[in-house]
Design a protein around this ligand. Sequence first.
Ligand SMILES: [Zn+2]
Length: 151
Amino acid sequence: MVEINLSAEVRKLAEERGIPLEQVREVVQHGEETKEKLLLDDQTLAKKRIGTTTVYVVYRRAGEAIDVVTVYSHRMEEREVSDFVPDDVQPWRCGRCNKNVVRASMNVSYLGITRQAPAMACPDCGVGFFEEHIVNKTLCTAMCLFEKKRA
Ligand SMILES: [Zn+2]
């Protein structure tokens, strides 16, 4: 099994965000096996839906081991990607197509309500990823609003 290293700082972040180490491992394995991941220099961004949570992990290879750079997650359902902006090229490349991803929008659903949020997506295979600040600001705010509305 691959050794997965989390610095004290990242371990604390994972704890605060309620992401157990087994889930971090699952996401890394998923990214490596399916190539559903983005690449930027020596960094990889992978994601996997585990239960009702989509967990994102940024990591880099350190010899045989994996160093985790950051982890984040959200509980909205990721749906279709649209509104590709071909000129808005992002630094990350698709792990499958090796193409640079571009700015796009991804629909997310939560408690029966669907909203669009800015994402990065591959113009070839259409896979979409959210960046950490989008998840922690936009998605979190939207989710809190949804929960308030429902209450
Ligand atoms: Zn692709």
